[in-house]
Design a protein around this ligand. Structure first.
Ligand code: AP5
Ligand code: MG
Length: 212
């Protein structure tokens, strides 16, 4: 089962991807997490991506396509994968099709922009594995510590309100059109993301025909 999670910044793509990894036993591939790791490690990719990410702009398509093609070809993706935050432009979606990367379902997680700011101000992420928490809606078991890997939780640099607003603008201007693209291919399902994390997860599993 090859899935794409589509949605605005803060819609819950990363949160739902973590739950789906456990339920479906396939890996999640988050381009955002991969780019943050590249920045932390000071790689060439990280150096090229940093300014775009800090400003809330999209990283150029060629950098994204370079990392995604290699990643889905790895052996752990043989039974399927969950793409979190990619594709994000029409060019990226068309390139996946052209590379013959089969997509079974595209889940658009829908949350009104007015809800997003509160989610972002309360978000804490693991500096090591990228797991996403919220101080109220999804707190870690131990304050400031990742449940999954025990590393320190941090505030993402691009979660400043003005950068979040810019990221929302970019989503509506450039990424939302992918709903039409995948809708025409008959692969789109829409899920209400403005409900409990568990409720949204159940709706996603139902929408993709998986066991709840
Ligand atoms: P990326 O890391 O993908 O960020 P994003 O798309 O902006 O989305 P977020 O990670 O902010 O939100 P999310 O939907 O994962 O929400 P989460 O589950 O954390 O990308 C960052 C940057 O990298 C981009 O701006 C761009 O520069 C670059 N980039 C990445 N991919 C790219 C690509 N393909 N092309 C070009 N550039 C690319 O949830 C948010 C918060 O809400 C958390 O605190 C969570 O606990 C909480 N929450 C989740 N669900 C619920 C719920 N149901 N109720 C209450 N709270 C909830
Ligand atoms: Mg995310």
């Amino acid at each position: 089962m090859n899935l794409i999670l589509l949605g605005a910044p803060g819609a819950g793509k990363g949160t739902q991807a973590e739950l789906l990894v456990k339920k479906l036993s396939i890996p999640a591939i988050s381009t955002g997490n991969m780019l943050r790791e590249a920045i932390a490690n000071g790689t060439e990719l990280g150096k090229k991506a940093k300014q775009f990410m800090d400003e809330g702009a999209l990283v150029p398509d060629e950098l994204i396509l370079g990392i995604i093609g290699d990643r889905v070809a790895q052996s752990d993706c043989a039974k399927g994968f969950i793409l979190d935050g990619v594709p994000r432009t029409l060019a990226q979606a068309e390139a996946l099709e052209a590379k013959g990367i089969r997509i079974d379902h595209v889940v658009s997680i829908e949350v009104d922009d007015s809800v997003i700011e509160g989610r972002m101000t309360g978000r804490r992420v693991c500096g090591k594995c990228g797991a996403s928490y919220h101080v109220v809606a999804n707190p870690p078991k131990v304050d400031g510590v990742c449940d999954s890997c025990g590393s320190e939780l941090v505030i993402r640099k691009d979660d400043k309100p003005e950068t979040v607003r810019k990221r929302l603008e970019v989503y509506h201007a450039t990424t939302e059109v992918l709903k039409d693209f995948y809708g025409k291919l008959g692969r789109l399902c829409v899920v209400n993301g403005d409900q409990s994390i568990e409720g949204a997860n159940e709706d996603i599993l139902k929408a993709i025909g998986a066991k709840v």
